[in-house]
Design a protein around this ligand. Structure first.
Ligand code: ADP
Ligand code: MG
Length: 749
């Protein structure tokens, strides 16, 4: 009996199973069935796309075949194949067998790496199969093309899949029959047949629809289970005292809360006052005032005797939050000190770089409960940290934290804490439903009044004069008493791009007739945006480019520039010791530095009111949303801000992206554009780190209706059967998905 778990070796034999296992990790029947064709080639394909160095698979007809005798006495077979429009030469240095097989008029599939000889493209000893061989019986107009398996031709893969599909005797469906019927889905077996051996494109589409739904359902089931478990949790309700620290803080606020801040504040207050833990995502543009909202939530729990922890993605940000919160609270942050307000609390910082003494003191305050508010980095998650009564966890910039990290911190509370996640990256609805599906979403749409707009310029760094004007402008800003950020994609000229850089690279053009960008297969990845250094290994070869600008070289250039004499310039990047980073950031925030040349360590949350101008070098190497985030650092203090996006690229696609950043200041629009240009997997974060957990059929932006439907179905299934005991195969798929996400998280470290 052959089932999905049967080893391939026992169905196909070692000779075929060997390369599949060694090169693509395909061990079982199920693995091979999950090795989706990347695309389909119709019989009418053209050879025009042949390019030197590219692996080509083409359906063509033999036009001429000539055997020549070479000077050394041996024979050479030259075959010209054609698709009707374009011809391509093939050479065989051993004619044996080929001479007979490749007669004019014969149609076949030809595959091999294209080379260039005497400036003519050719295939040398390509593999081929004469079409009628695999054609017998089933006429189909579509030939599945698989990701190249070294030492195996694509039709050999096709043949193996066919063998396996024919041998399958046992293929139960994962989905309950009523869902299959309601959504007009084909069965699992039909889906595999439709994907691998379609007779028409409509079959492929039906198969994908089914697999796509299954993907959406598994994702939504995982989230529904998470939500159900969360709803079943019981925690301490937290209500502020009418005359407590929150009331005192509100009295002292130097500004009115915006309408949005008030509404979100009320929602959060209601969540905190319930005995089910809050799980809320607060999204809002840079500068929309999330910090105040979070601080008010933290004060509400302090009022009720609990503690609040704020988890920041970097030391610089943790330090800054600590500073701003302490400053905003004023004497309300002097709890435990002589002369402090009696409603006061203490704001304690905990980061990895503190001295042993600082750390001991911080840990003591956290454990005793003296610290009502604790701000920190990952250091907060460590075992040594014990809270007196952790009531609320605020996570700043969710995209840097996994669900698991949230959980680690949750584990430190007596009863499950309330969780508030803040992000400045606007999240389209379907992404929120998919990636953050276990969270309620609140959005701050308006910016506090008095915020000046930011003007953005795209500066082509192709002619010498342009950059000069940017340097001049820096001088002018500094002369006016303003401050300037210069962001570079790497630290020094020999360094790889900084890990914080999203490293946007243009996807190289695909080889072949792409009916749709079906399951690209992570491993032969298109360049795509990846997660910094990790992506470098998998990125496709890129066209030669001017070396990326670095913090050190740009800083040196600026120091030597006549327009900038006397300017106080600092540098900031991830390779500096934390104390230095903090010192530089502090100095810049205090106004002791005029220009800060930095990598993206300044990306999130940094608040310097007098910063008015930002220059982003090699802006084309950053993601659209990232650029939007970066420029949000300027124009925060009521002074108008400007941002120069410098690029040495003249690619139309690059220009389009940068022009989009220039012409829109709507973070939602840009986030959507960003996602459109990425592969779905990257949205899910995990794949940025090289693991194949991406969605293969589901496109989060496109398949909104399907995601909605799957979400409703998942909810109903989980309501009825929380652990999916009656659907063991589906339960296993959900568990596998959760495991994969967790493994990806662990790899990320
Ligand atoms: P975010 O964290 O969303 O980027 P912040 O909370 O840091 O934004 O707010 C940005 C700046 O705006 C801060 O200096 C903050 O004090 C100020 N601010 C926040 N809310 C208001 C408001 N309602 N009116 C005026 N200024 C505000
Ligand atoms: Mg902030």
């Amino acid at each position: 009996m052959v089932s999905e778990s049967t080893p391939l070796r026992s169905v196909l034999g070692g000779r075929t199973a060997g390369p599949l296992a060694a090169n693509r990790g395909l061990q079982s029947v199920g693995d091979l069935l999950g090795f989706w064709p990347r695309r389909y080639r119709s019989r009418e394909s053209d050879l025009a796309e042949a390019k030197a160095g590219r692996y080509l698979v083409a359906v063509a007809e033999v036009k001429t075949a000539t055997t020549n005798r070479m000077r050394n006495g041996r024979s050479m077979l030259k075959v010209v194949i054609t698709d009707g429009t374009t011809d391509l030469s093939m050479v065989f240095f051993s004619v044996y067998g080929h001479e007979r097989a490749l007669q004019p008029g014969v149609r076949g599939i030809f595959a091999g790496t294209v080379t260039s000889f005497n400036r003519e493209l050719q295939l040398t000893h390509p593999g081929y199969t004469v079409l009628d061989e695999i054609d017998s019986g089933e006429r189909s107009d579509l030939i599945p093309i698989y990701l190249h398996v070294p030492r195996m031709h694509t039709w050999k893969v096709t043949e193996s899949v066919r063998l396996v599909l024919d041998a399958l005797t046992d293929m139960p469906d994962d989905l309950p029959p009523d869902l299959v019927a309601r959504h007009h889905l084909v069965t699992r077996l039909e889906a595999f047949r439709g994907i691998h051996t379609p007779k028409a494109l409509s079959e492929v589409e039906r198969a994908r629809h089914r697999l796509r739904y299954e993907e959406a359902l598994v994702l939504q089931l995982a989230l529904a289970q998470r939500r159900a478990r969360a709803r079943a949790e019981v925690t301490t309700a937290r209500t502020p005292r009418p005359d407590g620290i929150l009331a005192a803080f509100d009295e002292r606020l130097p500004f009115e809360l915006t309408h949005g801040q008030q509404v979100v504040g009320e929602d959060i207050a209601a969540d905190l006052a319930a005995s089910t833990p809050m799980h809320r995502l607060l999204q809002g543009e840079v500068g929309s005032g999330k910090t105040v909202v979070a601080l008010r939530a933290m004060l509400a729990v302090v009022d009720s005797g609990g503690q609040a922890a704020l988890l920041a993605p970097t030391e610089v940000l943790a330090a800054q939050h600590h500073r701003t919160m302490t400053a905003m609270l004023g004497d309300l942050a002097s709890g435990g000190y002589l002369g402090g307000d009696d409603r006061a609390t203490r704001v304690t910082l905990l980061t990895g770089s503190q001295s042993a003494a600082e750390r001991r003191a911080a840990l003591r305050d956290i454990e005793s409960g003296e610290a009502g508010i604790v701000v920190g980095t990952h250091a907060l998650i460590q075992d040594a940290v014990t809270f007196h009564d952790l009531a609320l966890v605020v996570v700043d910039e969710q995209h840097r934290f996994g669900v698991e990290q949230r959980d680690a911190l949750r584990g430190k509370a007596l009863s499950p804490p309330h969780v508030l996640v803040m992000t400045a990256t606007p999240i389209p609805r379907t992404v929120a439903m998919t990636v953050f599906g276990d969270l309620e979403v609140s959005t701050l749409r308006e910016l506090p009044a008095g915020r000046a707009p930011i003007e953005t310029f795209v500066i082509p760094d192709l002619l010498p004069g342009w950059l000069e004007r940017v340097w001049q402008r820096i001088g002018a800003e500094v002369a006016a008493g303003h401050q300037v950020f210069v962001v570079c994609p790497r630290i020094h000229d020999d360094a790889p791009p900084d890990p914080g850089t999203e490293l946007w690279t243009e996807p190289p053009d695909e080889d072949g007739l792409d009916l749709d960008n079906l399951g690209d297969g992570g491993d032969e990845g298109k360049g795509g945006p990846g997660g910094g250094a990790g992506a470098a290994g998998t990125a496709a070869p890129q066209p030669a480019q001017r070396p990326l600008r670095s913090v050190e070289s740009v800083a040196a250039e600026l120091r030597a520039h006549p327009a900038l004499t006397g300017v106080r310039l600092g540098i900031l990047h991830g390779a500096l010791p934390s104390v230095d980073k903090d010192a530089v950031m502090d100095a810049f925030a205090r106004g002791d530095l005029d220009v800060l040349v930095a990598t993206t360590v300044i990306e999130v949350g940094v608040d310097v009111p007098k910063a008015t101008f930002m220059v982003v070098m090699d802006a084309d190497r950053f993601g659209v949303s990232q650029l939007h985030q970066l420029r949000g650092r300027v124009g925060r203090g009521g002074l108008p801000g400007a941002c120069a996006l410098v690029t040495g690229s003249d690619s139309p696609m690059v220009r389009e992206r940068l022009e989009a950043v220039k012409s829109s200041t709507d973070g939602f629009v840009l986030a959507r554009l960003d996602l459109d240009q990425r592969r779905e997997g990257d949205i899910l974060g995990a794949t940025q780190h090289g693991r194949r957990t991406q969605l293969e059929f589901l496109h989060i932006l496109e398949h909104e209706d399907l995601i909605e439907a799957a979400r409703a179905d998942a909810r109903a299934l989980v309501d009825e059967d929380p652990e999916l005991a009656r659907l063991p195969r589906l339960a296993a798929a959900v568990a596998a998905r959760v495991d994969a996400d967790q493994a990806a998280y662990l790899e990320r470290g």
